[in-house]
Design a binder for this molecule. Structure first.
Ligand code: ADP
Ligand code: MG
Ligand code: ZN
Length: 411
């Protein structure tokens, strides 16, 4: 396929206003799946954590996982959402071999949480308030592996393998309202937002929050409109972007690609797109169907979720501090200067350093390792630093050895 032409980023922003919308899927770390008792674990032998319910065999009946509901409420409350006193599940009907039921059990018009907001600080220090439309519960699909082709994609493959271990794993999908006004910071805001969501679900202990495992995945919607135009432009939705750096790059790429098309009199097709990490570009997926096409209807096999006021209030009372408060506290505890602390946050190293300190390292030593040597290695290997095969515990141990004079600090 011919490479898309791009407008320079600066010129694109001169001509157009950027609007983004983010859908983040969070895989919950419940012991069992959303509607059955199968284990929810990553990396087991394919098709070993399956049963008649998550395989959709005739006559099987689902039951809702209580812990998944509590986790979803916790996420909703952490995002300042309202919690629905009652909410039905819905069937989203479509055929695809990664979900054997022929429909996905989801929530449609009655999400468990809605109308929230999250303040997100971007690297420049500016804070944007992102409006959250809803957070709803649904189940994950299985995993298809396309074999025999050069790219691992379905095109050119000879056959595909399916693993249903992930089918039925609980997900919460968090959807923002359209986000305006971030200007040239839109790509950074998108990445920072996903970073906050990761931090929130990790600190709530409702998800392992490992992006490289797909525990947190982002669909990034981007549209452009001429400055001053009221009507929103047509959006594209780049699916399953699974690192923070890719989120930022994918949004930036779509801005430049769409700007070139629009400036040359073309139109944007409403479609899903795939992000290619290696090429740093997106390619067309499928035309995006409207919700109507899925023939959503209320799930007849499940009673509505009706969390009691007491349950909601007890979850609220046990919420950890907000990301912004946590940042203030950690900076004070670690005695980092404003500059040191901002560097840590912007490099996405807050959790790494917190975990390293928790594992026994001194804060300044933890900071130096992560922002210095390890950041350098990640950069040289063109990776997200959290993808490096070194854990906070390793770093704490290393820092301990250096401090004890056993080794010096050059790798
Ligand atoms: P879908 O089912 O197509 O994924 P959702 O409502 O789940 O639709 O999510 C759409 C996302 O795109 C939301 O975050 C929404 O705010 C955002 N969005 C909607 N219209 C636009 C637009 N014109 N430009 C950018 N983002 C948009
Ligand atoms: Mg969606
Ligand atoms: Zn099962």
């Amino acid at each position: 396929m011919a490479k898309a032409e791009l407008m320079s980023y600066e010129k694109a922003l001169e001509q157009f206003e950027v609007v983004i919308g983010l859908e983040v899927h969070v895989e919950l770390n419940t012991n069992t799946k959303m509607f059955c008792g199968c284990a929810n674990v990553f990396g087991n032998e394919p098709n070993t954590n399956v049963c008649p319910i998550c395989l959709g065999l005739p006559g099987s009946l689902p039951a809702v996982n209580k812990r998944a509901i509590e986790s979803s409420i916790a996420i909703g409350l952490a995002l300042d959402c309202q919690i629905a006193p009652t909410g039905r599940f819905a069937r989203k009907n479509y055929f695809y071999p990664d979900l054997a039921k022929n429909f996905q059990t989801s929530q449609y018009d009655e999400p468990i949480a809605f109308e929230g907001s999250l303040d997100v600080e971007v690297p420049s220090g500016k804070v944007y308030t992102v409006a959250i439309e809803r957070a709803h519960m649904e189940e994950d699909a299985g995993k298809l592996t396309h074999m025999g082709g050069a790219t691992g994609r379905i095109h050119g493959a000879e056959y595909s393998l399916v693993d249903y271990n992930r089918a039925g794993v609980p997900l919460v999908e968090i959807v923002t309202k359209p986000i305006y006004g971030a200007g040239d910071e839109a790509p950074e805001l998108a990445a920072a937002y996903v970073r906050y969501i990761r931090e929130i679900v990790k600190n709530l202990n409702v998800s392992d929050a490992r992006m490289e495992r797909g525990n947190v995945r982002c669909d990034a919607n981007v549209s452009l409109r001429p400055h001053g135009q009221e009507k929103l432009g047509t959006r594209t939705e780049t699916k399953n972007v699974n690192s923070l750096r890719s989120v930022e790059r994918a949004v930036r790429y779509e801005i430049q690609r769409q700007a070139h098309i629009l400036a040359n009199g073309g139109t944007i097709t409403q479609e899903t797109r795939h992000w290619h990490e290696d090429k740093g570009s997106t390619s067309a997926g499928r035309p995006k169907s409207d919700a109507d096409d899925y023939r959503y209807f209320p799930e007849p096999d499940l009673v509505p979720v009706q969390p009691s006021k007491e349950l909601i209030e007890s979850i609220r009372a046990s919420l950890p501090e907000k990301p912004a408060d946590r940042r203030k506290r950690l900076q004070a505890e670690w005695q980092f200067s404003d500059l040191e602390f901002r560097d840590v946050v912007n490099a996405g190293l807050l959790d790494q350093i917190a975990d390293t300190v928790a594992a026994g390292a001194k804060p300044q030593a933890a900071r130096k390792w992560w922002t210095g040597e390890l950041a350098r290695i990640a950069n040289a290997e063109d990776k997200d630093i959290i993808e490096l095969a070194i854990s906070p515990t390793d770093v704490a141990e290393l820092a301990g050895l250096v401090e004890g004079g056993k080794i010096n600090d050059r790798l």
